[in-house]
Design a protein around this ligand. Sequence first.
Ligand code: 5GP
Length: 194
Amino acid sequence: MNCLEARIVKDGVVKEGNVLKVDSFLNHQMDIELLNEMGKEFYARFQNKPINKILTIEASGIAIAYAVALQFHVPVVFAKKSKSINISGDTYVAEVESFTHKNKNTVVVSKQFLSADDHVLIIDDFLANGCALQGLISIVNQAGGTVEGIGIAVEKGFQSGGQIIRNMGYHLESLAIVESMDHTTGKIEFREQA
Ligand code: 5GP
């Protein structure tokens, strides 16, 4: 069991509706030592790729992306949730349905910060059905950039996102893959990873 899995078992809370709460160390209060370890692990898994930019989505992806970017010595760009319509055409835009809030968000990235020259590592905290990732992939594609890989802290392996993204041919690495979780008992099981 790696340190993220151990922390999930210790402090994660399984909620109804297939939601895993990790507010005490990742999504509200943040354990910086743990984030740094996660950054190093993503670096180990993607260091052979020519990554020059990290892309994530606000808010929860930002801290993890920071820890990864510190290892790669590259900038982080985060997709912003936007209420205004893009009239000027100076942003890349994607629609992302929120798994936890069940609403649709328009997310944008300024064309200033992503281009065809970019080799991007996409980072996010959770992978459920894959909507957030598909939005981020679309933004990289709109820029003409290359998705070099995708790093996820917690993949819920019993939901469809991981398979969809891997079937699309992307190199997806998840630090913890939850195989099953039960809100009545609180029991969480992980997929064995090599
Ligand atoms: P997807 O787009 O893959 O369906 O869901 C991923 C997004 O929803 C992530 O950016 C994350 O913020 C949120 N999310 C999905 N499942 C969970 C969960 O079980 N716990 C938490 N805390 N966030 C989740």
